[in-house]
Design a binder for this molecule. Structure first.
Ligand SMILES: *Cc1c(COP(=O)(O)O)cnc(C)c1O
Length: 232
């Protein structure tokens, strides 16, 4: 845990917080309504400890293979957000450490996660339904009426708490158009499920557009932790 690394992260964090603050000011929003999730994939557990010491206690990971040992190694009290594509055979592992899963995109995955949580946990897992904005399969996400089916399946399981929606802006879309579309989908879900008030949207490159369109959670990796060579 070198101080130089903590200083580097602290500088990056100040810049990201300033961006979030400016985007909130531009949108007339209270920055307290935007939670920063530090995406620590490819970075070591010691970086999570640095982030926690700097006050960032929500961290995101996208591969169980990497996240499970990291979650076991970190002693600071952080909340783990699972944000990557999730295979049903990993549901049990993820249910062991995740506070929230942002990437539930099928009824079958919701069922698998609910079954795992019922066996392993006393508290429900918070679930966001991952939405595909363009209907292309490769990045995951439910599309169209499937979003409602997945939301209903999550809401029906007592071991899961439906909290909202997550999306990644398609590469060939304007971020503002993508997040405006996500805001419509979020409003529709909230009308059916009043507790589903979270919108997980925006990354290092497009967090301003996400905040302008109502993101409650931004998921930031590179802008916080830098572009240095990944460890693995
Ligand atoms: C990696 C990742 C992020 C963070 O992306 P950056 O561009 O590094 O900020 C956010 N969301 C998901 C789903 C990711 O996989």
């Amino acid at each position: 845990m070198t101080d130089a690394r903590r200083d580097e992260i602290a500088g990056n964090l100040a810049a990201v917080r300033a961006r979030i603050g400016a985007a909130c000011a531009a949108a007339g929003r209270d920055p307290a309504g935007v939670t920063l999730i530090a995406v620590t994939k490819t970075y070591p557990a010691s970086d999570v400890e640095h982030l926690a010491a700097l006050g960032v206690t929500d961290v995101g990971e996208n591969r169980d293979q990497e996240a499970a040992p990291k979650a076991a190694a970190v002693t600071a009290p952080v909340r783990w957000h699972y944000i990557g594509q999730l295979q049903r055979n990993k549901a049990r592992s993820v249910a062991g450490y995740a506070h929230a899963v942002h990437s539930v995109d099928s009824v079958r995955l919701a069922e698998a996660l609910g079954t795992a949580a019922a066996r392993l946990r006393d508290t429900p897992i918070e679930v966001l339904v991952q939405v595909s904005l363009d209907g292309r399969e490769h990045r995951g996400g439910a599309f169209g009426a499937d979003v409602d089916r997945v939301a209903d399946a999550v809401a029906a399981r007592p071991e899961l708490t439906l909290r909202g929606v997550m999306a990644v802006a398609p590469q060939d879309w304007e971020p503002a158009a993508a997040f405006a579309r996500l805001a419509e989908i979020a409003a529709r879900m909230r009308a059916a499920h009043p507790g589903a008030e979270l919108v997980s949207a925006g990354m290092s490159g497009d967090l301003e557009a996400a905040i302008a369109h109502g993101a409650t959670h931004v998921r930031v990796g590179g802008a916080l932790l830098g572009m240095r060579a990944p460890l693995r």
